[in-house]
Design a protein around this ligand. Structure first.
Ligand code: BG6
Length: 500
């Protein structure tokens, strides 16, 4: 094992998780390769995993443990944020078992059970189980029954559930009902990986660890809020899933609404799972359904992204040639409570946009009376506080400043805090934090049943209003900032999207 790592400073105060075995269902997927295994590796690298630990990968692909580990070694080298160390990888690999099975096959169930018993015996995992369900929705009920039936009262059992958590409110409720037969709410960890991002947690630190922002954080001083989740990538071979999901289910229903809830919520009394989630759910409940004019859908046509010519969504492999799945959504939303009444939250999310950028911009009201006779330059613009979730993680505040020289010209300048500059430490991957929290039984950064329900209610209402309309797609070029209609959504209110 590596020597004590100075980068783990600050994390030392955290508890070490109990011994446990983690079982990943759907282990041959992209998620395991790109996120889960590299995250486990980084946790092992920092010695944050329990000493007595093991992982079982379960998937349909006919692989052996050795073949699977060869693939994982490659993905750790490619995707982990830490340098590759054979000793660290081997320590993880020693507790790894692979089980190839069709989920519906009972003998597979036995083999998972045998592998778990083996880990308990050989690695001392003490009957504690962390099940990670990264399986398609159809396989979900079978897998949850399997793991539920295996509960025998020795050790704890928790389930991490990957998205999508249902397709609408009804299917989400069905999933919940099947989980509840076996697990209590505090044993269920619904992933929204945006909550594991450092900068998203920093939004709470910014708001609640500083005395100067909260007094400004309301309808009296905020003109409007803009939340952007822009991606430059397309559907990346996930058409089968994305065709049914679209931007509204893929990003809006979860990541975007969570960012909004964290931005708008009241201060929680502490950072415990229920205190934080109680405040978020109040925001989600207070949101009213936007009318059809307040929602814009888009789908990308051909274009250029970062200098490269790319095909349209309809030309992507696996996409119907006349697909009306949206790859972009923008909306004007309201949170109907004392703090935010009449303050618009403009949100947008899209694929194949000009670049990757997730930001939350708090646009403050204009200064009431500029005491300057002539304002040159770009004039007096309102203050904007921008939380850069990614990339260029940090926070920046736009303020008006006097241009040096005679006269009184004002120009906007930025006060910036950049993560990279302020902290020596690299920013951990969201999955590292989330896996560790689930092992510790801390659900603060996971979505609760009632939050998911509220999120689906809003989505169902919007999708319901779309009905059978056939929008004229494509309506934005790949590499642009989305459809013209989204610009109009703000122009109608005398505003515009933040300049990039
Ligand atoms: C996932 C979506 O939840 O988030 C993907 O399914 C999307 O479509 C991804 O690309 C974006 O995550 P990140 O961490 O790269 O912003």
């Amino acid at each position: 094992m590596p020597a004590a790592n100075p980068l783990a400073q600050g994390l030392g105060i955290r508890r070490q998780p109990d011994p446990c075995a983690m079982v990943v269902f759907g282990a041959s997927g992209d998620l395991t390769k790109r996120k889960l295994f590299p995250a486990l590796y980084s946790l092992a690298y920092r010695r944050l995993l329990p000493e007595r630990f093991g992982v079982i990968g379960v998937a349909r692909t006919e692989d052996t443990t050795r073949q699977f580990l060869t693939a994982m070694r490659k993905s750790v080298k490619e995707f982990a944020r830490d340098p590759f160390r054979t000793d660290v990888f081997e320590s993880l690999a020693g507790g790894f078992r692979y089980v190839a099975t069709d989920f519906a096959d009972d003998t597979g169930e036995d083999r998972v059970g045998n592998a778990l018993a083996e880990l308990d015996r050989e690695r001392g995992t003490a009957g504690n189980r962390l099940y990670y369900l990264a399986v398609p929705p159809v396989a979900f009920p079978v897998v949850i029954r399997e793991v539920g039936e295996r509960r025998d009262g020795t050790g704890w059992a928790r389930v991490i559930v990957e998205k999508p958590f249902g397709h609408d409110l009804a299917s989400a409720n069905e999933l919940t009902a099947s989980i509840k037969r076996w697990f209590a709410e505090d044993e269920v960890f619904r992933i929204d990986h945006y909550l594991g991002k450092e900068t998203v947690q920093n939004l709470m630190a910014l708001r609640f660890a500083n005395g100067i922002f909260e007094p400004l954080w309301n309808r009296q001083l905020v003109d409007h809020v803009q939340i952007t989740v822009a991606e430059s990538i397309g559907v990346e071979g996930r058409a089968g899933y994305y065709e049914r999901a679209g931007a509204i289910r893929d990003i809006f229903q979860n990541h975007l609404l969570q960012l909004l809830a964290l931005t708008a919520m009241e201060p929680p009394i502490d950072f415990s799972a229920d205190a934080v989630r109680n405040e978020k759910v109040k925001v989600l409940r207070a949101m009213h359904t936007p009318g059809p004019k307040s929602v814009v859908r888009g789908q990308y046509g051909r274009g250029f992204v970062e200098g490269e010519e790319v095909i349209s969504y309809r030309e992507e492999p696996g996409v119907a040639p006349r697909s009306i799945t949206e790859t972009y959504i923008a909306a004007k939303l309201y949170v109907d409570n004392w703090r935010w009444a009449d303050t618009p939250f403009y949100v947008r999310a899209g694929k194949r946009l000009a670049r990757r950028e997730t930001t939350i911009a708090i646009n403050f009201k204009q200064a009431p009376h500029p005491p300057f006779e002539a304002i040159a330059g770009d004039g007096l613009r309102p203050n904007v506080l921008v939380v850069h979730v990614q990339p260029d993680e940090g926070v920046s505040l736009a303020v008006g400043a006097k241009v040096p020289g005679a006269g009184m010209s004002i120009r906007t300048v930025h006060m910036d805090f950049l993560y990279g500059g302020a902290f020596r430490e690299g920013v951990p991957e969201a999955y590292e934090r989330l896996i560790l929290d689930a092992m510790l039984g801390d659900a603060t950064l996971f979505t609760r049943e009632d939050e998911v329900d509220e999120q689906w209610k809003l989505v169902d209402a919007i999708v319901g209003a779309w009905g059978r309309d056939r929008p004229s797609f494509p309506n934005y070029a790949a590499g642009s900032w989305g459809p013209a209609l989204a610009d109009e959504l703000l122009h109608r209110d005398g505003r515009s999207w933040r300049r990039h």
